[in-house]
Design a protein around this ligand. Structure first.
Ligand code: MSP
Length: 507
């Protein structure tokens, strides 16, 4: 892969370890993986961070319910996330756990810094607290007295607490959101935040807990632990090996994109930038808010008990197909209903009968052509490659991953149509030259499809190159912007049949 001077730092939220991952978490993680792989492919210096959020009242409660020490409990659940991401071939550069000692020390250092500059002060906090969200809720956010996400009534809490001067940063953050210096995408989410700031403003917020033992103690008052979100946000910096010193910022900071769904947008667009401003550090460039995976119209979530585990998808469809099915499940940024029926249908249509079948029949016909004394022959492009690449790259820069995927499948469909229109199988042995040209055009399109599909489905891309007699490592060494041109395949390429890419599902 080529190298350039651009950098790309992408993160997922760090997931709570109250239960193993489901395909909602997997969706964010796969999306981040796709974006990270794309940026590596085009030669950017890339860092992809994910991890687990392990402190706080909710986890403490779950550990007690499981009859385990919190550390033992969190070790087990964090391991289930790591295992899931390994099984899914996720290319994260680090996996940050908030119980790591380096992270904990940095959090203490940062809070001490904020306390010393008087952005944290001792006060009292009263309000309605939802443990599911680990947040205070406003009365008017409740639906029939319940948290809309967790469907539980919040507890009334009143406690002595160290407060963070969130209100002080309202105007600066709002300005940065409006000007897109601190960009929130899609646009409707930006508008939602602007209106939140304009209508409700920001109040100072409780940054410590006296009644939660499972947390990072404040360095100046160990009778309080750190509010779990203050602890969690700092992962985005400690995951880059930051030790909490404001004069030593990691070179990959600021993040180019923090991915998340809308459940945690508001807190990311308020407390996190305020903490960074207080520390004198640059804000992340973009918060990208994708939609929810819904099951029968309800958000898929552990607390609602309607989840699908990523391992079940991998078992049924394989790793790359799971990436495809999740990445294409809905428009990136919009909610979408998911379910086994839809996954099955899409697997068969797009993968088994689509890309898989295109590779299999093109390779088989090439074998027949050669058995009949024919050879591949150079042919002009059957796709408008320049435009296609432009579109594909622009979609990636807008983080429109499902649309980029659609562009690739548009080439698959063009090849299918080209084959049906030109019937190369009828020409073999009759007009070998023409058959050789038609098949060359399809194989060369497949070589390019493999490139474009690599960020989404790396194993599949490599298998396609292998079928075309190409060495994946050599292909990936190429400069994406300069060397992805029509005509790279040699006419004497050692085209060979591999295992079926996407075996049809048994009824
Ligand atoms: N620990 C906090 C995040 C701290 S980041 C500094 C947290 N954890 S979580 O386990 O609840 O994860 C929430 C995130 O998981 C969502 O923002 C989203 O990325 C992903 N998803 C969880 N359920 C989802 C759906 N049903 N659909 C899509 N994404 C979902 O919040």
């Amino acid at each position: 892969m080529s190298k350039n001077n651009n950098k790309f730092y992408i993160t997922t939220p760090i997931y709570y370890v109250n239960a193993s991952p489901h395909i909602g978490h997997t969706y964010t993680t796969i999306a981040a993986d796709i974006l990270a792989r794309y940026h590596r492919m085009i030669g950017d210096k890339t860092f992809f961070l994910t991890g687990t959020d392990e402190h706080g009242a909710k986890i403490e409660e779950m550990a007690v319910a499981a009859g385990k020490e919190p550390q033992v409990f969190t070790d087990e659940v964090a391991a289930s996330f790591q295992l899931a991401w390994d099984e899914l071939n996720i290319s994260n550069d680090n996996f940050l756990r908030t119980t790591d000692s380096g992270h904990k020390k940095a959090v203490q250092k940062v809070l001490q810094y904020l306390y010393d500059k008087d952005d944290i002060y001792l006060g009292k906090h009263e309000g309605l607290y939802c443990r599911g969200c680990e947040q205070y809720l406003n009365e008017k956010d409740l639906v029939n007295g319940l948290c809309p996400d967790h469907k539980k009534a919040p507890e009334i809490m009143s406690e002595e607490s160290y407060m963070f001067r969130l209100s002080k940063y309202k105007d600066v953050i709002l300005e940065k959101i409006k000007s897109d210096e601190f960009k929130i995408l899609p646009i409707e989410r930006k508008n939602e935040m602007v209106s939140f700031y304009e209508k409700e403003g920001l109040n100072d917020i409780s940054f410590s807990r006296k009644n939660v033992k499972w947390g990072i103690p404040l360095s100046w008052d160990a009778s309080h632990t750190t509010y779990v979100w203050a602890d969690a946000f700092l992962n985005y910096l400690t995951g880059l090996n930051w030790d909490g010193a404001v004069d030593r910022i990691p070179e990959m900071w600021p993040a180019d994109a923090h991915l998340m769904s809308k459940d945690i947008l508001r807190i990311h667009a308020t407390i996190w930038p305020a903490m960074l401003l207080s520390l004198g550090l640059p804000l992340p460039k973009t918060l990208f808010v994708h939609g929810y995976f819904l099951i029968d119209g309800q958000k898929m979530s552990k607390s609602l008990g309607n989840v699908i585990a990523p391992g079940d998808l991998v078992k049924k469809y394989g790793v790359d197909a799971t990436h495809y099915l999740l990445a294409s499940a809905t428009t990136f940024g919009k909610d979408g209903d998911v379910g086994w029926g839809k996954f099955d249908e899409k697997y068969n249509a797009d993968l088994a009968n689509g890309l898989g079948n295109l590779v299999a029949r093109t390779v088989t016909m090439t074998g027949k052509l050669r058995d009949n004394g024919g050879e591949l022959a150079e042919a002009s492009s059957i796709i408008d490659l320049k435009n296609k690449l432009k579109k594909y790259n622009n979609l990636f820069f807008d983080l429109s991953i499902d649309a980029a995927l659609f562009e690739i499948w548009d080439i698959v469909r063009s090849c299918d149509k080209y084959i049906s229109d030109n019937t190369p199988w009828k020409l073999i042995g009759i007009d070998n030259k023409r058959a050789g040209e038609i098949l060359y055009a399809c194989l060369e399109s497949l070589r390019i499809i493999a490139w474009l599909a690599w960020p989404f489905m790396p194993y599949t891309a490599e298998k396609i190159w292998d079928s075309l007699g190409l060495n994946s490592a050599e292909e990936l060494e190429k400069d994406f912007f300069k060397e992805i041109k029509w005509g790279g395949l040699k006419t004497d390429a050692q085209v060979k049949k591999g295992d079926s890419l996407f075996p049809r599902l048994e009824k």
